[in-house]
Design a protein around this ligand. Structure first.
Ligand code: ATP
Length: 193
């Protein structure tokens, strides 16, 4: 998957709508301390479904919404739009929007979807909010200190098979539900004899 464009509005320090074109090859973001470089990487993780406020350096999920300054009032929502080209060469546009008191909503190519669908889309493309390709400050030390099970998880994410675990859990849950329905049906049939 190739990321093409990132649009932010009201996300952290990006109060005004901002658009970033991501060209092929290596992209470097430079700027003085505190100008929002890490916020951009966090916006990419957030739109891909990151749900841990801690990994976005926030106390709660709504903290990603522009909190206001002495000169500017806070915003009521934050929105990030990521345009990408998937492995089949198709255009993909993923939008995540959060409103105060209303939580997050996701859209893929203009259609409302669940957070899980977005996470699976990126997991199948061997990327996502926890992708080892996104190396934030302190991450190298965390990789070195990781337990074997955590390292395995990183390798699975890099290999694009992390989404299979989610589908397996879903399938097992449906199987259990079906077995319980069958058992109930047996009971009912026995009652009719
Ligand atoms: P460094 O080079 O020091 O790592 P950086 O360029 O990566 O800095 P960030 O950490 O991305 O900068 O941005 C930090 C800035 O974002 C701070 O000024 C902080 O006040 C601002 N910020 C973070 N969250 C919000 C928010 N919800 N509302 C407004 N501003 C925010």
């Amino acid at each position: 998957m190739h990321f093409r464009k990132l649009k932010l509005s009201g996300f952290k320090s990006f109060v005004e709508p901002a658009e970033l074109h991501i060209e092929a090859g290596l992209t470097g973001i430079v700027g003085p301390n505190g100008c929002g470089k890490s916020n951009l990487l966090e916006a990419i993780r957030w739109v891909m479904g990151e749900n841990s406020p801690k990994s976005l350096r926030s106390g709660g999920m709504e903290d990603v919404i522009f909190a206001g300054t002495a000169q500017r009032p806070p915003r009521d929502f934050a929105e990030v739009i990521l345009n990408a080209i998937d492995s089949e060469g198709e255009e993909l546009q993923v939008t995540r929007r959060i409103e105060r008191g209303a939580g997050s909503a996701y859209r893929v190519n203009g259609r409302d979807v669940r957070a899980k669908d977005v996470a699976l889309t990126f997991a199948d493309a061997a990327t996502g909010a926890h992708s080892p390709a996104l190396v934030s400050q302190g991450k190298i030390a965390a990789v070195i200190a990781a337990k074997p099970a955590e390292r395995r998880q990183m390798l699975e994410e890099a290999a694009g098979i992390a989404g299979l675990h989610v589908r397996r859990r879903d399938a097992e849950s449906k199987l259990r539900q079906t077995e319980s329905n069958l058992a109930r049906l047996d009971d009912l049939m026995a009652g009719l004899d």
